[in-house]
Design a protein around this ligand. Structure first.
Ligand SMILES: Nc1ncnc2c1ncn2[C@@H]1O[C@H](COP(=O)(O)OP(=O)(O)OP(=O)(O)O)[C@@H](O)[C@H]1O
Ligand SMILES: [Mg+2]
Length: 457
């Protein structure tokens, strides 16, 4: 059926070896710059096969599924419309001579088509045919096919030349496909990078929305609570003032006035505590001895004390630079909380100590204080203690477990804000049913008590 003709290296006796090599060399050089598979096929059809005196040439491209060949380039009679192929011929793998070459991946020469059962007659009468596959990465990517009107035209030289052309074209196809794959990989990379950036941006936007929502929620809670409490005080104040207006005679007027003053004072305290929490209190620090401050506070708050207070005050306590009025307010808040927690009784202790905080205990203090000298003021109770799930919230403004009217939830917020503003810190340790201890750390102004006189004459 087919043979490798034992003729010399002369194609159809029209082209000599030198001319053939020259055409192949030109192809080898030109192929580098060919930009696409389509251009390659047309180049091969017209500038290689065409120049080598084949009378016609059709190049077919195989589909991805390796089931069908489609005519993509042609030369001679089979190429009447330049580079456009109208109704390109499609041949299933395995059908006809080209289909068989694609399926078997083996080049063939047919000497007499009239005697070949695979031959599918064409509009152009042909007797000889040579057909070679284009194979890239183990796949058939196409077929180069040439026919001739005379029988027995093709032999070993044509086969050798066409298989060389096919090998060069296949190598180029492999390169183009690799370039396409890298381009695709690069584009995928660019796309996923863009997606990633978009996701990051979206996440950031979501996070900031969430933050905003939380902030608004807490401001809302704050404003609501504040408005509610303040409204109560205003109602008392205006109610009592109205009463005073109608009846200015004692003793009702005195009682109303007192109620109005109490409400106004509580309103003012609320505002003070809120300012302290937001660290906006105008502090007037003076060098102070916290032992004196403790004693004076207990003395002044006698009317508020429901429990005996045990004092353990350190000798030679270092002095601190604090606003004594605000510090007293903080201490009163801690004392009141301690008392509130001991409705069933218990001991209330207040202690002062000098503390030197080293780098080595930096981890030990939950307050994140810098190493240095501090005066520690502790208020300890044997009350109900604070459940673990509340501990993280007790310093939040308006957090209270005391019910409406009983507590504003600003006491510890005020303590926290004040300690921060004073360069110190507050720490809490608590166990349910055993009690709590609140520790205030004030930075020592001097470790020499005698300095009190010189620093604060
Ligand atoms: N010593 C303590 N023992 C047990 N629980 C405490 C103690 N101190 C504070 N708490 C808890 O922390 C909450 C917040 O305390 P905070 O002093 O800020 O507000 P409050 O005492 O409820 O109201 P306010 O002090 O404004 O009148 C309290 O309601 C209570 O649940
Ligand atoms: Mg309180």
């Amino acid at each position: 059926m087919f043979k490798f003709a034992p003729t010399g290296f002369t194609l159809h006796k029209n082209l000599d070896e030198t001319a053939t090599l020259r055409i192949l060399n030109a192809f080898a050089v030109d192929v580098i710059a060919i930009p696409s598979v389509e251009d390659l096929f047309w180049y091969v059809a017209q500038n290689v096969v065409g120049q080598l005196n084949f009378v016609d040439c059709v190049i077919y491209q195989a589909n991805q599924d390796q089931t069908e060949l489609t005519q993509v380039a042609a030369l001679g009679e089979k190429n009447p419309f330049g580079r456009s192929i109208i109704n390109p011929l499609k041949i299933p793998f395995g059908q006809g001579i080209t289909g068989k070459v694609a399926q078997d991946r083996k080049a063939i020469i047919v000497d007499d088509l009239l005697k070949d059962q695979n031959y599918i007659p064409d509009t152009q009468p042909a007797r000889s045919e040579i057909c070679v596959p284009l194979v890239s990465r183990g796949r058939v990517v196409g077929v180069i096919d040439s026919e001739h009107p005379n029988p027995g035209v093709f032999g070993a030289p044509e086969m050798e030349v066409l298989t060389t052309v096919a090998a060069m074209a296949s190598a180029k196809i492999e390169l183009l496909e690799e370039a396409e794959r890298s381009k695709q990989r690069y584009q995928d990379l660019v796309k996923s990078h863009a997606q990633l950036s978009e996701e990051t941006t979206n996440r950031k936007a979501l996070e900031s929305k969430l933050y905003e929502a939380r902030k608004l929620e807490s401001i809302g809670r704050l404003t609501g609570r504040f408005a509610h409490d303040f409204n109560n005080f205003l109602t008392v104040i205006s109610g009592n003032l109205e009463l005073l207006e109608g009846d200015i005679s004692p003793p009702l007027s005195i009682a109303s006035l007192t109620d109005a003053q109490t409400a106004a004072a509580r309103g003012a305290k609320l505002i003070r505590d809120m300012l302290a929490f937001s660290q906006r209190t105008r502090l007037n620090p003076v060098i102070s001895d916290l032992n004196d401050l403790v004693i004076n506070t207990c003395e002044r708050s006698k009317h508020l004390l429901t429990h005996a207070v045990e004092l353990t005050l350190a000798d030679d306590l270092w002095v601190v630079n604090v606003d004594p009025k605000v510090a007293e307010n903080a201490l009163v808040n801690l004392i009141l909380n301690a008392q509130d927690s001991m409705s069933e009784g218990g001991r209330l202790e207040i202690t002062t100590e000098n503390i030197t905080h080293d780098w080595s205990d930096k981890q030990a203090l939950a307050t994140g204080l810098d190493p240095g000298n501090y005066v520690r003021l502790s208020v300890k109770d044997q009350g109900e203690g604070i459940p673990e799930d509340c501990l993280a919230q007790i310093f939040d403004p308006f957090f209270t477990t005391k019910g409406v009217g009983a507590g504003s939830g600003l006491g510890l917020s005020m303590v926290f804000g004040f300690m921060q503003q004073s360069g110190g810190a507050v720490e809490v340790e608590s166990k349910v049913a055993q009690g709590s201890i609140f520790r205030l750390y004030f930075p020592a102004a001097s470790s020499n008590k005698n300095d009190l006189l010189t620093l604060n004459p």
